[in-house]
Design a protein around this ligand. Structure first.
Ligand code: 2AM
Ligand code: CA
Ligand code: CA
Ligand code: CA
Length: 257
C-alpha cells in the first residue's frame, strides 16, 4: 500500500512536539554524558531516550518501515528500498550540553531513496518546520514559499568548524566571496536558516540522519543538496554535504576543479 504523506506529516508534527516538550521539561535534570568517536562527539541519556520514543512510535504506526537512527535503536540500513525513517533525536548534542539551546530534534522520511517528508524542531526556539516536495512546507503552521537563487556575495554560509579551520574543499575561498561564515553547531538549525532565507548555504561532513530531514524540506523550496562530486547524497554513509541555493553549488564546484 502506498503511504499517505499527509498522515506521516501529521504524525511527525505530533511526535516532534511531544519530544520537544519532554526535552524542555527535563532541561534542569543532571545528564549522563559520554563520548563517542572523540571528545567533541557526545551522547547523553536524553539522546537515547528520545530516539527510543521515536522508534516506539514508528514501529507502532508504520510496522513495515525501516529506521535509521543515530543512537542505534533502529535497524541496520544497507539499501534504500521501502519506507525509511531517519532519526536524529538531538542534533547539536554539544550545544544541548554546553549552551542549553541551539539544538534540534528531527526526522526525515524517504520512500525508495526519494524524499517524502522532513521535520525539524528547534527545541528551545520552538520553531517547527515540516513538509516535503508533495506537501509543501510549513513553518509553525504557516506556508513557506520557494526561495529565489541569489548571488553568493549576498548571503551567509554555515560551515562546520573543522572544515573551515583546515580549509577542507577550499571552503575558506568560498566564504571569502560570500557575506561571511557562521558556525551554528547543529545541522538541523543550519537547515532551518537555509529554508527561511537567513543563509544561502551550508557545508559540513554529515551522516544521513543529519541531513535527511533538511534535504526533504529543502527539496520543496529550491534548496539543493549535493556531495562534493555533485551527486545526490547516498543516505547510507557519512560524507561532505553542500546544501543551499544553486549559486552556492556552482561556486563550490568551480573551486574543486
Ligand atoms: P549531532 O549533535 O547529532 O552529533 C555540529 O557538530 C553538527 O554536526 C551537529 O549537527 C552534529 O550532530 C553533526 N555531527 C555529525 N557528525 C559529528 C561528529 N562526529 N561529531 C560531532 N558532531 C557531528
Ligand atoms: Ca551525535
Ligand atoms: Ca546530528
Ligand atoms: Ca544527534
Amino acid at each position: 500500500m502506498r503511504f499517505d504523506s499527509f498522515k506521516i506529516q501529521h504524525d511527525l508534527v505530533v511526535w516532534l512536539t511531544v519530544a520537544g516538550d519532554k526535552i524542555r521539561q527535563n532541561m534542569a535534570d543532571q545528564l549522563h554524558v559520554k563520548t563517542k568517536s572523540g571528545r567533541n562527539d557526545l551522547v547523553t541519556n536524553r539522546d537515547k531516550e528520545i530516539e527510543q520514543f521515536y522508534v516506539e512510535q514508528i514501529r507502532t504506526n508504520y510496522p513495515e518501515a525501516k529506521i535509521c537512527g543515530e543512537e542505534g535503536f533502529g535497524d541496520d540500513i544497507t539499501d534504500l528500498s521501502g519506507l525509511i525513517f531517519f532519526v536524529d533525536p538531538i542534533d547539536g548534542t554539544m550545544n544541548f550540553v554546553k549552551q542549553k539551546q541551539n539544538f534540534a530534534t528531527m526526522v526525515g522520511v524517504y520512500q525508495d531513496g526519494q524524499p517524502v517528508i522532513g521535520a525539524i524542531l528547534d527545541v528551545m526556539g520552538q520553531q517547527l518546520i515540516v513538509g516535503g516536495p508533495e506537501n509543501g512546507v510549513l513553518f509553525n503552521g504557516r506556508p513557506l514559499i520557494p526561495l529565489a537563487d541569489r548571488p553568493i556575495a549576498d548571503g551567509l554560509i554555515g560551515v562546520n568548524s573543522g572544515m573551515f579551520a583546515h580549509n577542507i574543499n577550499h571552503v575558506q575561498q568560498l566564504i571569502e566571496t560570500s557575506s561571511g561564515a557562521r558556525v551554528t553547531g547543529s545541522a538541523g538549525i543550519e537547515f532551518i536558516q537555509l529554508v527561511t532565507g537567513q543563509q544561502i548555504g551550508y557545508i559540513s561532513n554529515l551522516s544521513p540522519w543529519d541531513y535527511a530531514a533538511g534535504q526533504a524540506i529543502g527539496a520543496a523550496l529550491g534548496i539543493e543538496t549535493h556531495t562534493v562530486s555533485g551527486e545526490p547524497p547516498s543516505l547510507l554513509k557519512r560524507e561532505v554535504i553542500i546544501a543551499g541555493l544553486p549559486e552556492i553549488w556552482r561556486n563550490f564546484y568551480q573551486l574543486q576543479n
